[in-house]
Design a protein around this ligand. Structure first.
Ligand code: MRU
Length: 356
């Protein structure tokens, strides 16, 4: 997708170096960061310089490439794989990508390991682009149907950033929106700010602006009244892990938005590539929910009059704060799962029909 009119992917490999867009500086500064070692990749994932389930997966795959570049020894690569998997707990794409890389590398001669790792990491990323594009083509049908009935701008609410910045390209939740826009369907996006890290305000709104898609940032608590007023036609969100029974784990606050949509009869869709499906965990209580540093709540970051990024404390300094990063939306509140293979019912049978 575009930034300043120039096409980018969120990650690429050039001259033995992995390059990423540093998302912690957006929207104020667009910077490309170079990652040269697997430790730097682990750090980039932990500090959310890269984030979003599919992009975390793609970055981890390139982490294995850098490990192989540093040392062809399989034991070193295995240890690096473990460190990568531990870097963030909730997005299943991370383990999925690392496992896929390690499966490819097992039994390979050490002189071929790097070539094989590079080929597989590229394939994981290219596949994500294709899958996200297909999510867009499948999700477009839903937007088109609403437009054909309504004959005026389709208002879509989204939470967090499940845009192209969270994937390799296109995004998951945003891909149907980009496809609709390209087809000339008028769309407007209500962008949940998404406290505490503000991925909606800082990233989703930024990338929609770059693609010239009309959008309005709202505080996380505003979606309910907009739904009651008939100003939301549908919701589309992403997911960090969706269970085979259709329960959806996503950025904290998603569940409350799904409840409000359900109460107002508004379709609530979740867009995901199959790499985000967890076929193993059966009960959502067993999904590891990341608890992040409470500083992310008590400090906010912005730009000052000298164009410098600054952090300021906004809570009483003696107050405690709890920073759970994800929640689970039970399948019964999900209208459908928009995947690369089609739209599935959020249920075991629905997913089985498309994927098994
Ligand atoms: O903590 P983050 O920013 O990595 O969380 C990201 C989200 O919750 C996204 O909505 C989700 O990963 C889907 S990404 C296509």
């Amino acid at each position: 997708m575009r930034i300043d009119g120039k096409e980018y992917r969120t990650i690429w490999y050039e001259n033995n170096i992995v390059k990423i867009i540093n998302q912690t500086k957006l929207p104020h500064k667009f910077t490309v960061k170079e990652l040269k070692t697997v430790k730097e990749v682990v750090r980039a994932i932990k500090t959310m310089e890269v984030r979003g389930a599919p992009l975390i997966g793609g970055t981890a795959a390139y982490g294995i490439v850098l490990a192989a570049q540093q040392n062809h020894n399989l034991e070193f690569i295995k240890k690096s794989a473990e460190e990568l998997i531990q870097s963030r707990p909730t997005a299943i794409n991370l383990r999925w990508a690392v496992d896929r890389m390690m499966k490819k590398l097992s039994g390979i001669n050490s002189d071929q390991i790097l070539d094989m790792a590079l080929k597989e990491a590229k394939e994981i990323c290219d596949e994500d682009v294709k899958f996200c594009e297909n999510i867009g083509i499948n999700g477009l049908k839903i937007i088109e149907e609403i437009y054909n009935k309504k004959k005026s701008t389709v208002n879509i609410l989204t939470h967090c950033n499940a845009g192209w910045l969270a994937t390799i390209n296109w995004g998951t939740a945003t891909s149907p929106i980009y496809h609709a826009h390209k087809k000339g369907i008028p769309v407007h996006v209500w962008v949940d700010e998404t406290r505490p890290r503000n991925q909606g305000a800082n990233l989703t709104s930024y990338e929609l602006n770059e693609e010239e898609i009309s959008n309005t940032i709202i505080a996380d608590n505003t979606g309910g009244i907009l739904m009651q007023r008939g100003e939301v036609d549908m919701c589309i969100v992403g997911t960090d892990r969706t269970l085979s029974n259709g329960d959806v784990c996503n950025k904290i606050g998603t569940y409350l938005k799904a409840l409000a949509a359900y109460d107002n009869n508004i379709p609530f869709y979740v867009a995901l590539p199959s790499s985000t499906i967890d076929w193993d965990i059966k009960d959502s209580k067993n999904i590891p929910i990341e608890e992040r540093n409470s500083d992310e709540l008590s400090f906010v970051e912005g730009i000052d009059e000298n164009n410098e990024i600054k952090k300021v404390l906004i809570y009483p300094n003696k107050s405690k704060a709890l920073n759970l990063a994800f929640d689970v939306t039970p399948a019964k509140y999900v209208t459908g799962l928009i995947t690369e293979k089609g739209i599935a019912k959020a249920s075991y049978d629905g997913l089985q029909k498309l994927f098994k």
